[in-house]
Write a protein that binds this ligand. Structure first.
Ligand code: VGL
Ligand code: ZN
Length: 203
């Protein structure tokens, strides 16, 4: 890849301790993608990351809905919401990036999910699909037109970010060997189909 060309960026999604082995919402094989993501960074002039970053009283946590089991769903004003185990609490060890993830070349970390009332899977919009994180403006000002997405989890934050990237007019490629899925009730197949339908390249 041309080192002068800033049009391609690598977007590393939520490679945080809570999504890796031993974490509160561990994604099977999450650790295994870290060396691959570290190597991939060399191929991109711009590297960005997201960090799931919830207050303790976040409404996506089952623990904040008396009687609700983790991985059940509830209706929120913005639609159906999965109730997750408590994870990625602001400032906790679980919310930190995986210690082996190379961060030196990461120029921007987008934190998301900090509004207690709304979850945010996508790097671009919260789950109301309206409240922006500001990432699209950053990428446009940098002249980025094509995004490569890697990280956790394929069927949630990676997929929603890739779909929003397409909706905003960016090219989007998801490198599946550098991602791992939660796969809740067929979510991986469903989100893979949605990504295909919307022009996300799955490599
Ligand atoms: C994620 C569930 C809850 C993700 C974040 O990073 O895919 N999934 N919060
Ligand atoms: Zn979360």
């Amino acid at each position: 890849m041309n080192g002068e060309d800033m049009s391609a960026a690598l977007l590393i999604i939520d490679v945080q301790n809570d999504f890796c082995e031993g974490g509160a919402l561990a994604v099977s094989g999450g650790n295994a993608i870290v060396p691959l993501i570290n190597r991939m960074q060399d191929d991109f002039p711009l590297v960005l990351a997201t960090q799931d970053w919830h207050p303790p009283h976040h409404s996506s946590f089952a623990a904040n809905h008396p009687g609700a089991e983790p991985f059940s769903t509830t209706e929120m004003p913005y639609g159906t919401q999965v109730l997750w185990p408590t994870h990625c609490v602001q400032g906790s060890a679980g919310a930190a990036m995986h210690p082996d993830l190379a961060m030196d070349r990461v120029s921007l970390i987008v934190r998301k999910g900090y509004d207690p009332a709304i979850d945010s899977y996508s790097a671009f919009f919260e789950n109301d699909h309206e409240t922006t994180t500001g990432l699209a403006g950053y990428l446009r000002e940098k002249g980025v037109t094509a995004l490569t997405l890697v990280g956790l989890a394929t069927d949630f934050c990676v997929a929603y970010s890739a779909l929003d990237a397409r909706r905003l007019g960016f090219e989007a490629t998801v490198v599946s060997e550098a991602c791992r899925a939660i796969d809740l009730d067929g979510s991986l197949a469903a989100m893979t189909e949605r990504m295909h339908e919307n022009g996300v390249v799955i490599a």
